[in-house]
Design a binder for this molecule. Structure first.
Ligand SMILES: Nc1ncnc2c1ncn2[C@@H]1O[C@H](COP(=O)(O)OP(=O)(O)OP(=O)(O)O)[C@@H](O)[C@H]1O
Length: 307
């Protein structure tokens, strides 16, 4: 863990180890039954392995002892009522919580088997591998091209501008290719290819969000974290984002927070249900979670009895 993550000790009440272990009729303790609800077995490689993750904001315990594996090249939805810790959990996957002064993180998150909370990890490289798209589209007030080329220029993957040209180091063609490829992958190329120099703020909300996805894709990430990427969009723009998420999962690992249960059911391969207090209550195949939830609390949440 990074030394910046000083963490208060959990109180006895907060400690997940204090659950009462009453034997069930099948001879398993309640604790064992509950563990089986989050014990998701999947085929194929694991992208993230999260172990005993706890997050605190000062004294507030926002994520409680979460352990889960996230499979590669698929869509994992995180659902649950407001304030249950979905965004906090998502931010743990690329250490964006490091930017929040009050946040402290405990536990382990491995990306392809490598601990991302170990000392000395290169956060720029980590966030290049694990990109993020936010709730409201947030393009820079620059041209469409500048938005998409921003990351590759910053990471030194392409050289451009007057100095690069003077030094004979201008990789304009390469930039054109990167910009086109990212915009095509984000299903935006056909709509903007003839106005790449226009200001991105002139695009519609849905186009701006696809531009933000293109911006994330331009640095060639392996994972895309999406925090309610369609919540500010109309139904048509939302449906385009959903189609896009489906396509992206062929090449990328997508982890998406959504409030919209129909959306989670439509686009995800597996679903993790968080409930109040930052607990992961159930995790499994999306179809199984929605059609045959194991826990009463998850069934109540999915059927709209609360949340
Ligand atoms: N920067 C912060 N500082 C202090 N507390 C925070 C901060 N961010 C989140 N929290 C608290 O942590 C808990 C989890 O919040 P989080 O935003 O992760 O939940 P969420 O499930 O994503 O909520 P929503 O669906 O409303 O976006 C909440 O109690 C929230 O108030």
């Amino acid at each position: 863990m990074s030394e910046t993550h000083s963490t208060p000790e959990p109180t006895e009440e907060e400690s997940p180890g204090t659950t009462t272990s009453t034997p069930t009729t099948a001879g398993e303790t309640e604790e064992e039954v509950q563990e089986s609800w989050v014990d998701y077995d999947f085929d194929g490689p694991t992208k993230f392995s999260v172990e005993d993750l706890n997050v605190y904001y000062g004294e507030d315990h926002a994520i409680q002892n979460i352990s889960m594996d996230i499979p590669e090249n698929s869509v994992t939805a995180l659902i649950g009522p407001s304030g249950c810790g979905k965004s906090t959990f998502l931010r743990c996957l690329n250490r964006m919580n490091d930017r929040i002064k009050a946040a402290s993180v405990e536990g382990s998150v491995e990306l392809d088997g490598q601990e991302i909370y170990q000392e000395g990890i290169d956060l720029v490289e980590l966030r290049k591998r694990v990109g993020q798209v936010f709730q409201s589209p947030n393009p820079f007030p620059k041209s469409i091209r500048d938005n998409v080329a921003y990351g590759p220029r910053k990471h030194g993957d392409i050289q451009s501008g007057l100095l690069a040209r003077l030094l004979g180091d201008d990789s304009g063609e390469e930039e054109d290719e990167i910009v086109e490829r990212a915009l095509r992958k984000a299903a935006l190329w056909d709509e903007v290819h003839d106005r790449l120099e226009d200001n991105a703020l002139g695009l519609s909300g849905g186009q701006q969000q696809r531009l933000c996805i293109a911006r994330a894709l331009a640095v060639d990430p392996e994972v895309i974290l999406m925090d309610e990427p369609a919540s500010a969009l109309d139904p048509i723009a939302t449906s385009k984002i959903e189609d896009l998420v489906d396509e992206l999962s062929e090449d990328y690992t997508v982890v998406i927070v959504t409030h919209n249960m129909q959306q989670a059911a439509r686009i995800s391969d597996q679903t993790a249900v968080f409930l109040t207090g930052g607990e992961l209550v159930e995790y499994g195949d999306t179809e199984q979670i929605f059609e045959n939830p194991q826990s009463q609390r998850v069934e109540d949440y999915i059927t709209g009895k609360f949340g």
